[in-house]
Design a protein around this ligand. Sequence first.
Ligand code: NAD
Ligand code: DAU
Length: 356
Amino acid sequence: MIFVTGGAGFIGSNFVLDWLAQSQEPVLNYDKLTYAGNLKNLAALDGDARHLFVRGDICDKDKVLALLRQHRPRAIVHFAAESHVDRSILGPGAFIETNVNGTFSLLEAARAYWGELDAEAKAAFRFLHVSTDEVYGTLGPEDPPFSETTAYAPNSPYSASKAASDHLVRAYHHTYGLPVLTTNCSNNYGPYHFPEKLIPLIISNALAGKPLPIYGDGQQVRDWLYVSDHCAAIRRVLDAGRPGETYNVGGWNEMANLDVVHILCDMLDRARPKAAGSYRDQITFVQDRPGHDRRYAIDARKLERELGWKPAETFESGIAKTVDWYLTHQAWVDDVRSGAYLTWMEQNYAHREGNA
Ligand code: NAD
Ligand code: DAU
């Protein structure tokens, strides 16, 4: 089996669903269920014996180690993190705790477990660390995209905490020989994306008749990748990546935020026309994010050259699927926004705490 951390979040739940759609290999899904973790994302796996969910914190090294010894996974795929830049500006502590200390604890548990494996299992074991392009900092309009050799220059508490975790992962390979892989990916979008992030926030605010907040001038550029392409890249790196290497993952799809918002408004105008006017009328320019990175862009040629991965979706196809998903899953959005899913999870899991 594989041991996945953070598999109830946006990318993690897409990864678990994709994995079990293509493989019989079971998944132990280890997640703390913070505000960002939502087991409703995994409702399609109810009753599926290949999916074992355990609620827990990656900072709890003893619990993680006991689970590793009990279930003997061949790999750890590490998604668990605090992931929202704006939250890291308002409260950086949780980011240091989970992203830095939590990754350290997880590495310690992995190192202890890995050290106990026989030679064959030891050679086959992998620790795949899911990271971000934000560790590279920000680009000017004419700069080449980030490659795997771009110097780290994180600018927010979130990206600094991810950079620290990347360095720890690297050090565990160089010092202890732990067979690690790191992926640095650009902005994902798609189903189950928590509506505090730009694309799902705009869709849900538009439909609710609320303002569509644009930070600063809206000309910040992000590279967008449909989430199932990121999941496929992770599977490919897990299969064939070289231990100790890092792989950049991106969509070759740079867009200014305001352009993304215009596209979303125009799509919603067609799919759910307003009684009068356009969703664009709801656009509101608001104060910029402090330290806001101006541009990210990813050079994903190493992953294509060495492992043959390329994104399957264009932005046009991916955003069409995404808007369609949100329009047909309004109840999921309502639950998340009302906090109802948190209440449900407390009720459902309070009495199951610690059960594997
Ligand atoms: P998310 O915030 O949607 O989900 C994070 C998950 O981790 C949640 O289920 C949460 O409950 C869990 N978690 C948080 N703290 C935990 C802890 N201490 N112990 C156990 N579980 C914990 O995040 P996401 O957007 O799915 O991102 C997943 C990973 O991918 C993160 O490491 C992030 O840095 C990275 N990443 C995200 C993007 C993106 O665009 N979203 C892009 C590149 C890389
Ligand atoms: O680049 C990868 C990163 O992408 C991941 O590592 C992060 O986990 C993920 O959250 C994402 O970070 P961003 O800060 O780029 O994503 P976010 O959706 O928060 O914002 C996208 C852009 O939109 C960014 O330039 C800020 C802007 N924005 C965001 C919000 C929430 C707005 O203009 N208005 C908003 O209300």
